[in-house]
Design a protein around this ligand. Structure first.
Ligand SMILES: Cc1cc2nc3c(=O)[nH]c(=O)nc-3n(C[C@H](O)[C@H](O)[C@H](O)COP(=O)(O)OP(=O)(O)OC[C@H]3O[C@@H](n4cnc5c(N)ncnc54)[C@H](O)[C@@H]3O)c2cc1C
Length: 494
């Protein structure tokens, strides 16, 4: 029996585990970390059970959508951290970076020919799920995907939740047993079969990434065929940087999160989304870190089952507010993407939202900007432009301003469909946490998903929730933010 809950395991093809294989392969595609990782845990378990060495392949392709030096740099940082973490383990870690488009074709198939089994990550949304569906029938070994996405396993329910309150109520009634089976902090702590002497032909043909590519500095990254206009940022990827950010947040900002998180000045939010997106940190590890100061255990849960935002966890209000984002909102999007292949399409919006937006499609717009105007932060609105500059130049945007950013794109685009396309393009091109299920949650929320109808009915928005820059400026502390990202300080080179 596996210690990884069965509900998190999914066979992707008909093959059985082959005990006569030479090794167990963990193909790390989403949970790019060495701890708190059910996939790595499952692969290590199999390796021990079969007495075969464990090979970990972490690959980075050139042709993923919105591929850029920025996203690449962050993943490469993560590979460097994993290489360091696994250097002294009895594991063959193989970081592989594609140097020419298409060069990776056939790599996993070749490894699978000699493997006992291939274990990989569940990854709703973006390209990985399509890739797994295409690869599974081509592999000569069993392919199993393991769900390390969140606290509620994706297969725990068939339901597609329409609103946060519906998922929250479900979590309050069903999450507790799942909390009792977290992934191991160190899945490699128990001894593994020795890897020494294992020589694999495919690893010679597709050799390990050069250290110059994994390290920052130097020009190895510049030689790759990527969008180099989207430049790397200072934020460092990888599990060590993620852990440091998590520690800083818990020690310095978590207590203020409940009351203060909407203010862009002196931002108290965790900033964890880029690392969560690339799987450099696990939601389980974040849960453990934010609850440790309160000596919490799952036995404290259960204060309410009504779907109320606070009271279920049995934690301080600020910690509960944070967990509502990390768990309810984050997993709402993951479950949606896992169950709806059309998650990125206009047609996936709720009928009431499409109806009201269509009714107002011909309303005159006070301003109409093109995607290029938005990209270059060329609108009349100083605050909107500042938020766009933050996105382009830092790879991040403050949460509250992200909502306003999207609402104004809807307001100032020729049509809601065009607004959707612009938001997807800009968010996923520039945001380090882009291309995530949460990207589509946030963007589609702007157009009514996971929300309800609001009154009064307005031009362009209809019954979809409205937001204005004036209101935002009145409500929030923004002076330092505008001083940093305001027009006088920054120009975009478009
Ligand atoms: C138009 C728009 C686009 C967005 N695009 C993305 C995106 O590309 N990637 C992304 O991860 N999030 C996106 N969000 C959601 C949210 O803005 C970010 O998750 C949050 O700002 C990340 O900052 P943080 O890590 O400091 O969050 P914190 O406030 O510290 O929250 C902790 C974690 O909870 C999750 N979370 C927080 N707020 C939300 C939310 N509203 N919806 C879903 N999960 C949430 C994130 O995983 C986040 O890291 C978008 C929201 C909008 C309105």
């Amino acid at each position: 029996m596996s210690a990884v809950p069965a509900v998190r395991l999914r066979a992707r093809n008909e093959h059985a585990v082959r005990p006569a294989g030479r090794f167990v392969l963990y193909w790390m595609i989403a949970a790019r970390r060495t701890g708190w990782n059910y996939g790595l845990q499952r692969a290590a378990e199999l390796a021990r059970e079969l007495g075969r060495p464990l090979v970990v392949l972490e690959a980075l392709r050139l042709d993923y959508p919105w591929a850029s030096a920025r996203h690449h740099r962050f993943v490469l940082d993560g590979m460097a951290a994993n290489a360091a973490a696994l250097a002294d383990e009895d594991v063959l870690y193989h970081p592989w970076v594609e140097l020419e488009r298409g060069a990776g074709r056939g790599f996993v198939e070749a490894l699978a020919r000699e493997a006992c089994a291939v274990v990989t990550d569940e990854a709703p949304g973006f390209f990985q799920e399509r890739m797994l569906r295409a690869v599974a029938p081509r592999l000569a070994a069993r392919l199993e995907s393991v769900d390390s996405c969140g606290l509620l396993p994706l297969a725990a329910t068939e339901r597609v939740f329409a609103r946060a309150v519906d998922l929250r109520r479900f979590l309050q009634r069903n999450l507790r047993p799942h909390l009792a089976a977290p992934p191991l902090a160190d899945p490699l702590a128990a001894p593994l079969p020795p890897v020494r002497g294992l020589a694999l032909e495919p690893l010679r043909r597709w050799p390990r990434a050069a250290p110059e590519l994994l390290a920052r500095g130097g020009d190895a990254l510049a030689r790759l065929d990527l969008d180099h206009a989207v430049e790397p940022v200072d934020l460092v990827g990888g599990q060590d940087a993620a852990r440091a950010a998590l520690r800083d947040f818990v020690a310095g900002r978590l207590a203020a999160y409940g009351e203060e998180r909407s203010h862009p000045d002196r931002d108290v939010s965790s900033g964890l989304s880029p690392w969560l997106h690339f799987g450099h940190v696990s939601a389980h590890e974040v849960l453990a870190a934010v609850t440790a100061p309160e000596g919490w255990t799952p036995a404290r849960t259960g204060g309410t089952t009504s779907g109320a935002k606070a009271g279920w966890w049995g934690l301080a209000p600020s910690t509960e507010a944070f967990l509502d984002e990390l768990v309810t909102w984050r997993e709402l999007g993951q479950h949606f993407c896992a169950k709806r292949d059309d998650y990125d399409r206009y047609e996936s919006l709720p009928p009431w939202a499409r109806e009201t937006l269509e009714e107002h499609a011909a309303d005159p717009r006070p301003h109409v900007y093109t995607a290029a105007d938005f990209e270059a932060a060329r609108t009349h609105d100083e605050l909107w432009n500042a938020a766009q500059r933050e996105l382009v130049q830092s790879g991040r945007m403050h949460n509250y301003l992200r909502m306003l950013w999207g609402k104004k794109i809807l307001h100032w685009s020729a049509s809601p469909r065009e607004a959707l396309a612009t938001m997807i393009e800009l968010n996923n091109k520039y945001a380090l946490d882009g291309r995530d299920p949460n990207s589509y949650s946030g963007i589609a929320w702007v157009l009514g998903r996971f929300d309800r109808a609001w009154g009064p009915e307005r031009a362009i928005f209809g019954k979809v929730r409205y937001m204005s820059s004036d209101n935002t400026r009145r409500k929030l502390r923004l002076n330092e933010y505008l001083a940093t990202w305001g027009a006088a300080q920054r120009t975009l080179g478009f």
